[in-house]
Design a protein around this ligand. Structure first.
Ligand SMILES: [Cu+2]
Length: 166
């Protein structure tokens, strides 16, 4: 009996790294302007496994229609394209950063407040669910570089970006 308990404790103490092959780091949501019904979210997804991982969907109570968006240049203009799926390469990662690819939370279901967190679930083609905790951050009043990004995000609300100057 004692031996069984020891074994159980050992199992409980064993890190579950075997399951955590996909790890999400630094997830955050940019506080949108008060009238906006979309918000951009950023994160890095790492795949420590031996197989590519395909993310096929996002679910969150915070928005009715969350999407992955890619930024692509066409004829000298930046456009946002919905990514139907996201491939996280084996032993690699993919980053969503301000000014680049991002998650777009379309159809916000409530007001986002600085410092609060939202939960998102990334779904993989293997049926795995990856939970993401994302802090809501107000980037206004940061460095001039961030102000530039903020302006870009404002433009993105219309989903049609023109004239990105660098
Ligand atoms: Cu977008």
């Amino acid at each position: 009996m004692k031996r069984l308990m020891m074994l159980t404790m050992l199992l409980l103490l064993t890190p579950v790294t075997g399951f955590a092959e996909t790890v999400v780091e630094g997830a955050w949501v940019r506080l949108p302007p008060p009238v906006a019904d979309t918000a951009a979210a950023y994160m890095t997804i790492r795949n420590h496994g031996d197989k590519d991982i395909e993310i096929t969907g996002i679910k969150t109570a915070a928005a009715t229609n969350p999407e992955f968006h890619a930024m692509e240049m066409h004829d000298g203009m930046m456009h946002m394209m919905k990514m139907e799926h996201v491939i996280v390469p084996a032993h690699g990662g993919i980053s969503f950063n301000p000014g680049g690819n991002h998650l777009m939370l379309i159809g916000l279901t409530g007001e986002l407040k600085t410092g609060q967190h939202i939960m998102m679930t990334l779904e993989t083609s293997e049926g795995e669910s990856i939970m993401v905790h994302a802090e809501i951050k107000d980037m206004r009043g940061n460095t001039s570089h961030d102000k530039h990004d903020m302006k870009m995000d404002d433009n993105m609300q219309g989903h049609d970006m023109h004239g990105m100057h660098h």
